[in-house]
Design a protein around this ligand. Structure first.
Ligand SMILES: NC(=O)c1ccc[n+]([C@@H]2O[C@H](COP(=O)([O-])OP(=O)(O)OC[C@H]3O[C@@H](n4cnc5c(N)ncnc54)[C@H](OP(=O)(O)O)[C@@H]3O)[C@@H](O)[C@H]2O)c1
Length: 330
């Protein structure tokens, strides 16, 4: 057995390239008292990692030569805590490597009867909780509301749209390809999709939202945020979740124009999923139930082997992933 890891080779300028990462042989982790040794089966690739690399994610910065951070799911190989047995499946923060050691206090044992283990990194886990907490607790959707979400084919956006439908709302997704537009309308039950790369956002939004927008769940910022702000209903709620248009930029852009927020007496609410981890157990049980009764669907964008992690991350940061970006390790 040998450990392979992906480390940071250069700080990327703009969109990361595969050459910004390096695959190295690493030592097998020492399993200290109270720790569990885990063989990685799935690595989560998430947009926030771009922020960690550039030092913008809640003050956390990765150094050159360090293993790239990330959520991981794997099988217990060695245990220094009787509550975890060899062969248990667990969720933790192993980063981009094939083996990791972590304290038993931060690992979470997975119940494979609930859902496939990879879903703990997507719809059942952090991205799904982001959608659930952001929409339900900040977006406050009411029956008949129109809910718009950007990056709508990803794990956060797709879950927002489906939960909006479940809350009796009209769900409109903004996406960057025909394939994603088809996915969200045909598989995820959105009422309409807008492809911002081929349509005028303002015209398409006005057509898709004849009663204007009550909740906007923003995953991208920039021109998309500005266009949706122009269509807000009175007392609309805007959930500021992510800034995909900015993560690869060295400078923070000016704007957007917030004038329409005044006219609509709207509320802008910043979302940080870490504030909502007390709801994770509830969300995991609810999401598993909805998946098993067919009312919540999800898609994974799966790459294979640790060597594929850099290229898969580059695809995510270019917006080319379709579904939750994951790397599967055998
Ligand atoms: N606030 C929190 O606590 C929290 C927690 C988790 C995630 N988030 C945020 O939620 C958002 C969605 O996360 P996710 O994991 O579900 O990601 P994702 O949707 O799988 O991937 C991001 C998507 O953003 C879209 N995008 C729009 N403009 C882009 C641009 N200029 N460059 C690259 N991509 C662009 C792309 O889809 P299109 O082709 O459809 O444009 C891309 O596929 C991210 O902004 C993330 O940072 C926030």
């Amino acid at each position: 057995m040998r450990n392979r890891a992906v480390v940071l080779r250069h700080f990327p300028a703009g969109v990361p390239g595969e050459g910004d990462f390096e695959i190295v042989d690493a030592l097998m982790p020492d399993i200290a008292p109270g720790q569990i040794g885990v063989r990685t089966r799935f690595i989560s690739l998430d947009p926030y990692v771009r922020g960690v690399i550039s030092g913008r994610h809640l003050g956390h910065r990765l150094g050159l030569g360090e293993v790239i951070v990330g959520g991981t799911v794997g099988e217990v190989m060695a245990s220094n805590d009787a509550r975890f047995a060899i062969g248990d499946w667990v969720l933790g923060s192993g980063g981009w490597q094939s083996f990791w050691a972590e304290s038993s206090t931060t690992l979470r044992r997975l119940d494979l009867k609930l859902a496939p283990p990879s879903s703990a990194l997507g719809v059942l886990g952090m991205p799904g909780l982001t959608a659930y907490a952001g929409l339900i607790y900040l977006g406050l959707p009411k029956i008949g509301d129109t809910v718009v979400v950007s990056a709508a084919a990803g794990p956060v956006g797709a879950t927002v749209g489906q939960l909006a439908k479940r809350a009796g709302c009209r769900a409109i997704g903004i996406v960057g390809s025909t394939e994603k537009a088809r996915l969200i309308t045909e598989q995820f039950g959105f009422d309409a999709a807008i492809n911002y790369k081929t349509e005028s956002l303002s015209t398409a939004l006005a057509a898709a939202c004849p009663r204007k927008v009550d909740v906007y769940f923003d995953n991208v910022g920039g021109a998309t945020l500005e266009a949706v702000l122009q269509q807000l209903n009175l007392r609309a709620r805007v959930v500021l979740c992510g800034l995909m248009t900015q993560y690869n930029q060295a400078e923070r852009p000016s704007g957007p124009n917030l004038g329409p927020v005044i006219g609509a007496r709207a509320e802008l609410k910043g979302l940080v999923v870490y504030d909502h981890f007390d709801k994770l157990t509830h969300w995991t049980a609810l999401a598993a139930e909805l998946i098993n009764n067919g009312t919540l669907r999800y898609q994974e964008d799966l790459s294979h082997g640790i060597e594929s992690a850099p290229s898969a991350f580059v695809r995510l940061m270019r917006g080319e992933n379709v579904g939750k970006a994951l790397v599967a390790l055998s």
